[in-house]
Design a protein around this ligand. Structure first.
Ligand code: ADP
Ligand code: MG
Length: 232
């Protein structure tokens, strides 16, 4: 598979001096990359650079071979989905929240999905009892996170960045999000997921460890049967 995103000697320093140094990382299309490492090591910084929420001080992040800085930002936002630890929903109904991206100028050519399609998505993440007219703000954190994930999936991103998407969730929601993420990967979506728990995907995955601003990639690919073995 071709490289979908690569970090070519990327360094980034936050005010205060912390950050990432000389990151080299190539992710192939269709991969499931599991990023782990201690708190404060730079995992979120890595994802923020991949989503171009921050710009490297030196080096280049490329998406499908093109430097992120050369991609039109709205288009980039469509091709790369980004899920935060804490879901953010806006005022209004579940439907309005799900359709929010379709109100952006860049997506005006896109036909918004029908209620049937939206409801199918809700069913898929065990939100069958949530109605499209329900007030989004009234959902639980776990339900809001599932809503945010659906919202980012409707425009079919090629790469999904997930920053500890389940750490604020209850057990049931966590399980549902993990199952969905693995299913999406089986369907061909590239996933980069930050986790500081002991979660191990039930799909083949690449392990990446971040420590003190340095990124190390494990040798080879973990398969389901050896997924409890650390390669890094
Ligand atoms: P992780 O996600 O692995 O916990 P982060 O990538 O969030 O780590 O942070 C890495 C380092 O950068 C930490 O030392 C953190 O304090 C620092 N940092 C993160 N965000 C900022 C910020 N907005 N301003 C200044 N320093 C930051
Ligand atoms: Mg983090």
């Amino acid at each position: 598979m071709e490289t979908i995103i690569d970090f070519d000697t990327v360094s980034y320093t936050w005010p205060g001096g912390k950050g990432l140094q000389d990151v080299r990382l190539a992710v192939s299309g269709g991969d499931f990359v599991l990023v782990s490492g201690p708190s404060g090591s730079g995992k979120s910084t890595l994802l923020r650079l991949a989503a171009r929420l921050e710009e490297p001080d030196s080096g280049t992040v490329r998406f499908a071979g093109v430097p992120l800085a050369d991609l039109d930002p709205p288009k980039l936002r469509r091709r790369i989905g980004y899920i935060q630890q804490t879901p953010v929903v806006m005022e209004g109904s579940v439907r309005e929240n799900l359709l929010l991206p379709y109100s952006f100028a860049v997506n005006r050519e896109e036909v918004p999905p029908s209620d049937t399609v939206l409801q199918d998505w809700l069913n898929r993440v065990a939100l069958a009892r949530v109605g499209l007219d329900d007030v989004a703000a009234a959902l639980s954190v776990g339900q809001k996170q599932r809503l945010c994930i659906i919202r980012s999936l409707l425009l079919r991103p090629e790469l999904l960045l997930m920053d500890e998407p389940t750490s604020a969730l209850d057990r049931e929601s966590r399980h549902i999000v993990e199952q969905l993420t693995e299913e999406l990967n089986r369907e061909g979506m590239t996933i980069i997921l930050v986790s500081h728990s002991d979660y191990r995907p039930q799909v083949a995955h690449v392990c990446v460890t971040v420590k003190d601003g340095r990124v190390a990639q494990g040798e080879g690919r973990m398969t389901v049967c050896d997924a409890s073995v650390e390669v890094v």
